[in-house]
Design a protein around this ligand. Structure first.
Ligand SMILES: [Fe+2]
Length: 160
């Protein structure tokens, strides 16, 4: 269903994903500060790593916009489609979500779901026409988010 996705559209979605991730992990770290110093530190580190991914997407977008133009209408349409079909539950609205959490493990469960969605998306992006360097970037990101997933799994087990 993502076969019509252009490289630039994928990058825009990636930017949104990473930005949401930064907000989510920052808010989660803040919430954990008074409760568990170790978990807060891990969450802060995750926020920093998503910040780096965000910068990588910006760099990639700058590389591509020199010779390719893509309408933002297409991106908006695709995002809407992804959200509507429910295959995609990004970190979005993380401030409200984290505020409503009463158990610590719920934070990690939410993060695990969002990381899984990110990994799914990056697989699709890597397969949907990215050039060699784009594919390398997405494969690298899949490795990164998989590492996040493992770390979050350990924390989930610890608190559940
Ligand atoms: Fe990321």
């Amino acid at each position: 269903m993502l076969e019509d996705m252009k490289d630039l559209e994928a990058i825009e979605i990636g930017l949104n994903l990473e930005k949401d991730g930064i907000h989510f992990y920052t808010a989660a770290a803040k919430k954990m500060e008074g409760q568990d110093v170790e978990a807060a530190a891990v969450l802060r580190q995750l926020a920093e790593e998503e910040q780096k991914h965000y910068q990588d997407f910006l760099k990639k977008r700058n590389e591509l916009t020199g010779n390719e133009h893509s309408g933002h209408a297409g991106i908006a349409r695709l995002m809407k489609k992804l959200v509507h079909t429910g295959i995609f539950a990004p970190f979005g609205e993380s401030a409200q979500k984290i505020a409503s959490v009463t158990e610590v493990w719920e934070i990690f469960a939410m993060a695990i779901r969002a990381e899984k969605d990110s990994i799914f998306f990056y697989h699709e992006a890597a397969d949907s026409g990215a050039d060699d360097s784009g594919r390398r970037m997405y494969r690298w990101l899949i490795g990164e988010e998989t590492r996040h997933l493992r770390k979050l799994g350990e924390l989930y087990e610890k608190y559940r």
